[in-house]
Design a protein. Structure first.
Length: 129
């Protein structure tokens, strides 16, 4: 029973990791986004790297999206695990894995949201509309 609770706590911590990272990086990118287009840090896509203006817009917008999405993901990450508290390791692991899958879909879906905002704000050459 103690091993099951310990595993449940581990899965809960693991499931809170991605929303926590999204909230942390989101807040950081809203306040202190990467200033220069670079090969290693920031929201890097072809459109975001067109010029400094698209870069700055994409970094801040991605920060907003991640911050909001991370906050929204917190409750759906905790609630399913509360429903399986005290259950066997297999059930807890499965529920935790499903929660992580949903989180990944939301995180990767944020790319489409940011790219759509870039295309609504800039033309294909990166000039503001």
């Amino acid at each position: 029973m103690i091993a099951n609770i310990a595993f449940w706590i581990f899965v809960l911590a693991f499931d809170l990791l991605l929303p926590g990272v999204m909230i942390g990086f989101g807040k950081e990118f809203m306040k202190n986004p990467p200033r220069e287009i670079n090969p290693g840090y920031g929201y890097r896509t072809t459109m975001s790297s067109k010029n400094q203006e698209t870069w700055d817009f994409a970094q801040r917008y991605m920060g907003e999206v991640w911050y909001k999405a991370g906050k929204v993901l917190l409750i759906p990450s905790i609630l399913p695990l509360l429903l399986v508290l005290g259950r066997d390791v297999g059930t807890v692991g499965l529920v935790g894995m499903i929660a992580c899958g949903v989180q990944l879909v939301v995180m990767l879906g944020s790319i489409a949201v940011v790219e759509r905002a870039l295309r609504k704000t800039f033309d294909k050459n990166g000039n503001k509309l």
